[in-house]
Design a protein. Structure first.
Length: 166
């Protein structure tokens, strides 16, 4: 009874056998697809954004949520947000990790938050490692935070999950 995020690169999606396989899995597992989030990772070698967008539309039809991962760095951009219409925008940790000391980082994150609100997407701040950073992203209005301040990966949690699945 929890959401699961799966990272998919645009190159994974452009691989027709891979994307068709993923869509087949969604078809077979319709009862849980509403609990899935596909986190899209962009790559400079992406060739066919129309195919990627078509895959996103098919995944959405199964109830899958779409997230843009690492927004604000690399190849993610506002045009992709407009085209892909994500449910979630994950703000790259490079903008978050120094937000307490960088006015330009803070202003950039504020602008992303305003834009996300306008397009109806939730926001996630990656790399929230301390209370000060958490309080800043909270004050900006970021919807969710992830990072070591929120929780660190723990072997015990992994063991408990494995026991539950056994």
């Amino acid at each position: 009874n929890c959401e699961i995020s799966v990272n998919l690169s645009s190159l994974d999606i452009e691989d027709h056998s891979m994307s068709e396989y993923v869509l087949q899995l969604l078809e077979v597992n319709r009862d849980i697809t509403h609990m899935l989030i596909f986190e899209l990772l962009e790559d400079k070698d992406t060739q066919d954004y129309e195919y990627v967008n078509n895959f996103i539309s098919h995944a959405r039809a199964f109830g899958v949520k779409i997230a843009i991962d690492d927004f604000g760095s690399g190849y993610s951009n506002f045009i992709r947000i407009i085209e892909f219409k994500p449910d979630i925008i994950k703000i790259d940790g490079s903008l978050i990790e120094d937000i307490a000391n960088s006015e330009s980082n803070r202003k950039t994150v504020e602008a992303i938050q305003i834009f996300a609100n306008k397009v109806g997407a939730k926001t996630v701040a990656e790399y929230v490692t301390n209370k000060e950073t958490y309080e800043i992203v909270d004050a900006i209005g970021i919807d969710y935070a992830q990072g070591y301040y929120i929780g660190k990966p723990e072997p015990k949690l992994i063991e408990e999950k494995e026991e539950m699945l056994a």
